[in-house]
Write a protein that binds this ligand. Structure first.
Ligand SMILES: C[S@@+](CC[C@H](N)C(=O)[O-])C[C@H]1O[C@@H](n2cnc3c(N)ncnc32)[C@H](O)[C@@H]1O
Length: 312
């Protein structure tokens, strides 16, 4: 049984049904995520892009101030449109490094291998297709240089707050003293601004969520009728958690291969969390999990934080 099938059956058999957001990213999901990022409501990409495009020299200076030679491992690289500014800045400064983008989507890794050499011919590139920690294990067999791990886009927000410590501890355990992490956090702000970003008026976020049901239909012989479900995003300003659900409009049965799942009218499937942070929470996370804070980079609105942490 494939891992995808096993995870889907487990999630839909749970008392409170859920699906794992890492499965959003098939070729269609990758395209929809690009549309979300380009939508007027989705501010995180624009804020982080501003940091990477406008503070490239400062980013290069802070990283090279820590180490003259390193390799870059980017977790969940996506289309690398932000990191490309940093990669170019490092090449322009004659820093010698190899870029290892990690992504669970094979489509993403293929695209990066196709696109990046056209944009940055001098870039040494080796894509790693797989899960974050499995690929970090693999990265341990690479030449023993300082590693700079990029974890952008507030991907850490996809881990619930109570599990972020565990995630960050695992990340630290895969690295060694002196290694660096450049990690993006979406900061708490006006709740309406946040909710709108996960409920764009063009419906890309809705389609992105529903696309996982389509993917199950295509790859796992499912029979979800998409007309019988709707997308329901929420934001709780007290906890900072944005959550996406898909809700069943009617009482219905859905089959996946041999298995059948019953849905009550109004029953939700939990799809994804996107946790928002205060700066203090991010500093505390670093301190509690074996990192030392080196630098904070903010966009001009102070809506987004890219922190540089060093492994102690
Ligand atoms: C929200 S996108 C962000 C992309 C990019 N970092 C950015 O900031 O624009 C998340 C990316 O991480 C990848 N991803 C999600 N979960 C993953 C996992 N567990 N292991 C490896 N890659 C993962 C997805 O395929 C997707 O390309």
């Amino acid at each position: 049984m494939s891992q995808f099938l096993e995870d889907v059956l487990k999630g839909l058999s749970a008392k409170e049904k859920y699906l794992q957001s890492k499965y959003f990213y098939d070729a269609n999901g990758d395209k929809l995520f690009q549309r979300i990022m380009a939508s007027k409501e989705y501010y995180p990409t624009k804020c982080e892009m501003e940091i990477f495009a406008q503070q490239t020299n400062e980013l290069v200076a802070v990283l090279t101030g820590q180490s003259k030679e390193f390799d870059i491992v980017e977790l969940g690289a996506g289309d690398a449109t932000k990191s490309i500014h940093l990669l170019k800045g490092l090449l322009d400064n004659q820093v010698s490094f190899t870029y290892f983008p990690v992504d669970i989507s094979a489509n993403v890794i293929d695209l990066l291998h196709y696109e990046l050499p056209k944009k940055l011919p001098a870039l040494k590139l080796q894509g790693l297709n797989g899960e974050y920690f499995k690929m970090l294990e693999k990265a341990k067999t690479l030449p023993d240089k300082i590693k700079v791990v990029l974890f952008l886009g507030s991907n850490i927000g996809n881990v619930p707050l109570e599990k972020a410590g565990e995630f960050s501890t695992s990340l630290r355990a895969h690295l060694k003293p002196g290694d660096l992490v450049l990690i993006g956090f979406d900061l708490k702000k006006d709740p309406k601004t946040i909710l709108d970003a996960y409920n764009d008026s063009s419906g890309f976020t809705r389609d992105f969520n529903l696309n996982l049901l389509l993917r199950i239909n295509k790859e796992l012989q499912g029979n979800f009728n998409l007309d019988n479900f709707y997308h329901y995003p929420t934001y709780d300003p007290a906890t900072g958690a944005t959550k996406s659900y898909i809700v069943s409009k009617v009482e219905q049965q859905v089959s996946i291969g041999e298995k059948t799942f019953g849905f009550a009218k109004g029953e939700p499937i939990f799809m994804e969390i996107s946790q928002k942070y205060t700066v203090e929470q991010t500093d505390e996370l670093a301190k509690q999990t074996g990192f030392e804070l080196i630098h904070h980079f903010y966009d001009s609105k102070k809506w987004f934080l890219d922190a540089i942490w060093r492994c102690v």
